[in-house]
Design a protein around this ligand. Structure first.
Ligand SMILES: [Zn+2]
Length: 579
């Protein structure tokens, strides 16, 4: 095991879960030892995310996410288990005992070092006389003063400039290949991956250089070349310039299309611009943004491709409950060109005036129909009704509803009636979904056969009860006449076996101690189970006995049902019943 349990317990003692969570989620309501806030993992309007001081766990009653303090950091900071441990250790000012069990750890550190060296090399090349082509480009784009803050560089023409410079510093061939900085040529030699390009280091929010993006200086293709995904770099989880944008005081993030747009925007004073790197916006990137802002303004190119990408981005951002606006850039192909022509002040006005995503989408919807025909109006009414029905506020629905009705030339009442109908439909679907989610662990615990469904929900509830008591009062249950195989739910049975083994060995069953042994999914399940504390220590023995009786009774009932079914089958076969 990578970390000792003593260390993990100490780590969680020094990182009280309420303190840690509060830095991300304002906890506004209190009920007993639970504090509540708005869940950071799913969009919601009323707090269903709870943090429990006594048990040092969190659990969301809405989306079901849960676990201990380490899980919380893994989830919200997008970190692996060891990295989350290191993160919390740093937070508490603790030294991390060296763990040799993470084989990638040394490799990762070395790769980050290599990336930093490469960034330095590229930067020096840009400043050197050989960097003339890149300097000329930077001047032409008017971003000279951004060279330093972005750490811009130049990868010269030629095949082995970086490779030679880095091998001279002691990096191996394999390290250069693994970092995505060099490739193996046909003759078996290495060649530089980036050549003749303006280099943008991709720096994560912790300040590490994790990858590169190179823009071609001539007319060749591809325009941007990005580092492949490596041990330290995942394109779909990184945003260019978020390291700078996260410090912005603007209150929003400007989502631009390319790196050069981002740099130009920063140059013009818009210090919250970021871009996704060679991919269209991903849900991970959207979540990353939502940690730093509550408002995203999409500033993509004005062409059809840019507008299509904007639509897609809206779909990805919307579930995160952020304010989304889409910038319309009149008379220019992109933000950079608009600023060059009209100046930063005009662009700022554009941002302030920019329609929110509903107006934008209503316009896009209207453009799809011929409103001069009855058919077109009906189509528009249905599509716009769906859109407006998705708005959470009744005032907003009224305002946009009236606007949409006017546009289609139908009465306001007819339109709002349609909206109300869609909302009723949505509410019914959401209720169904909630019911499904609420019973998910119980349904997962059930065997396939329909006849047994109800009985086994009872068994699963008793199984959860056993786990609850065992974790909360381990000192009372050194041994139990129950095996994991007696459980109807394999997941619960597995958890039971593992927890029981620890109890027998006198080892801790705190969330911190378990966090290393169990997967995040298992810990989520466990946190949900531990959320209950209706049964006191004094009543635990009695309750445990009842749970075990229940599990056995359900098992016997199931066995009898099996026997009966077997008997019925036999009858059918021997007497030729059925079809
Ligand atoms: Zn949630």
């Amino acid at each position: 095991m990578a970390f000792s349990e003593e260390f993990l317990e100490e780590l969680s003692r020094r990182n009280d879960i309420v303190d840690v969570v509060s830095a991300y989620v304002p906890l506004t309501k209190r009920s007993g030892s639970n504090q509540f806030g708005l869940c950071p993992f799913h969009g919601e309007k009323t707090p269903s995310f709870s943090v429990n001081t006594d048990k040092q766990i969190y659990h969301c009653f809405g989306c079901g996410k849960g676990g201990g303090v380490i899980n919380f950091i893994m989830e919200i900071e997008n970190l692996s288990f060891p990295d989350a441990v290191r993160f919390l250790a740093r937070r508490a000012g603790m030294a991390v005992p060296e763990d040799d069990h993470d084989p990638d750890r040394g490799k990762r550190a070395r790769m980050l070092e290599l990336n930093r060296e490469a960034a330095r090399y590229f930067h020096a090349q840009l400043m050197a006389p050989t960097g003339a082509p890149a300097q000329e480009y930077v001047r032409r784009r008017g971003i000279v003063s951004m060279v330093k803050p972005f750490g811009l560089g130049y990868a010269p023409e030629g095949w082995q400039n970086l490779t030679d410079a880095m091998t001279a510093k002691g990096y191996t061939r394999q390290e250069l290949i693994d970092a995505g900085l060099a490739r193996v040529g046909r003759n078996g030699g290495l060649y530089d991956y980036f050549r003749g390009r303006l280099m943008f280091p991709v720096i994560d929010v912790r300040g590490s250089v994790i990858g590169f993006s190179g823009r071609i200086l001539s007319d060749g293709e591809p325009k941007y070349l990005n580092s492949p995904d490596t041990l330290v770099y995942s394109k779909s989880r990184s945003l260019f310039a978020l390291n700078l944008a996260k410090k912005s005081k603007s209150g929003y993030i400007l989502l631009a299309e390319g790196n050069i747009d981002v740099v130009s925007l920063h140059q013009a004073g818009f210090d919250s611009a970021v871009a996704s790197l060679g991919t269209s916006l991903t849900p991970d990137q959207a979540r990353l943004m939502s940690r730093y802002t509550t408002e995203v303004i999409i500033a993509y190119d004005a062409d059809a491709a840019g507008q299509k990408a904007a639509q897609r981005a809206i779909g990805i951002l919307q579930p995160l409950d952020m304010k989304i606006k889409v910038l319309k850039i009149p008379g220019a192909k992109d933000p950079d060109e608009f600023i060059q022509q009209n100046g930063p002040t005009a662009f700022r006005e554009l941002i302030e005036r920019s329609g929110n995503q509903i107006e934008y989408r209503l316009e896009q919807t209207a453009a799809q129909f011929d409103l001069g025909t009855d058919e077109g109006r009906v189509g528009y009414l249905k599509a716009a009704g769906k859109l407006i029905a998705s708005l959470p506020g009744s005032v907003e629905r009224e305002i946009y509803g009236i606007r949409a009705a006017e546009k289609a030339g139908v009465s306001k009442d007819a339109f709002l009636g349609e909206v109300a109908r869609v909302r009723r439909q949505n509410a019914a679907a959401a209720r169904k979904q909630r019911d499904r989610e609420a019973t998910a662990p119980l349904r997962a615990a059930q065997p396939q056969s329909r006849e047994l469904r109800f009985e086994n929900v009872r068994s699963a509830m008793a199984e959860e009860g056993v786990l609850n008591l065992l974790c909360r009062f381990p000192e009372q249950f050194g041994s139990l006449p129950l095996a994991g195989a007696d459980f109807t739910s394999p997941a619960l049975g597995g958890l039971y076996e593992a927890v029981m083994a620890r109890v027998r060995q006198g080892r801790s069953v705190s969330m911190a101690a378990l966090s290393q042994q169990f997967s995040p999914e298992e810990l989520t399940l466990l946190a949900g189970i531990l959320q209950h504390d209706e049964i006191s220590a004094a009543a635990a023995q009695q309750a445990m006995g009842d749970y075990i009786d229940k599990i056995r009774a359900e098992r016997d009932k199931a066995a009898r049902a099996d026997d009966l079914r077997g008997y019925a089958e036999k009858l059918k076969q021997t007497k030729g019943y059925g079809s």
